[in-house]
Write a protein that binds this ligand. Structure first.
Ligand SMILES: [Zn+2]
Length: 197
């Protein structure tokens, strides 16, 4: 079936809030024939009406919460070749080593610079009761047309993929990675990035 793929966050947004863009024909067709997606849409509209702030646009937080119900599938290998690899320009751990600091500050801070966007992430070390949280921000160099929200994935060897929503401000939150072998994938409209330490 041609329209078998479920709606992603941006398609759903286009469907339920026209101010974010006209839904594509595929979106309308798919929703008409897919009851799980129809349920998502109904749920989203209900949630949106319940949490709607007085203004015409729904609050960003309400949208993000609604989107949290959705999860985008990891990009396929064929798709990944189009992901740009921004250059790592700062790593707090390396800086500490270069400066000869034996006990570097806890946590980690990394920054990448790319042609289309810069990205920064930081997290604190995991504690015995604390899993550690990574916060990050994507800073595009230009306007991103038709992409109010995006997707961020964290892939780590031997662990399930973590996914989160990239908000309209470019901010995201994921569990802190552990080990050396991890990568972050960002998809935000046309912006596609692959980040590694
Ligand atoms: Zn569907």
């Amino acid at each position: 079936m041609k329209d078998a793929r479920h709606l992603d966050a941006n398609e759903l947004l286009a469907l339920v809030s026209p101010e974010h863009g006209e839904p594509a024909g595929r979106v309308v067709r798919h929703t008409a024939q897919c009851s799980p997606c129809r349920l998502e849409v109904e749920h989203f509209v209900a949630l949106r009406n319940r949490t709607r702030v007085p203004a015409e646009l729904p609050g960003e937080a309400a949208l993000l919460r609604a989107y949290g119900l959705l999860r985008s599938a990891t990009p396929r290998p064929a798709e990944r070749v189009r992901y740009a690899r921004p250059r790592l320009v700062y790593d707090s751990r390396t800086e500490a080593a270069v400066a000869g600091i034996r006990a570097p500050a806890p946590g980690r801070h990394l920054a990448w610079r790319g042609d289309a966007a810069d990205v920064e992430v930081r997290w604190n070390d995991r504690g015995p009761t604390d899993a550690g949280v990574l916060t990050g921000q994507v800073l595009p160099r230009g306007e991103l047309a038709g992409a109010p929200v995006g997707d961020v994935w964290l892939e780590q060897r031997g662990l399930p993929v973590e996914w989160c929503l990239l908000g309209p401000s470019g901010e995201f939150t994921l569990p802190a990675p552990h080990g050396r072998s991890w990568r972050i994938l960002v998809r935000w409209g046309d912006l596609k990035l692959r980040l590694a330490p």
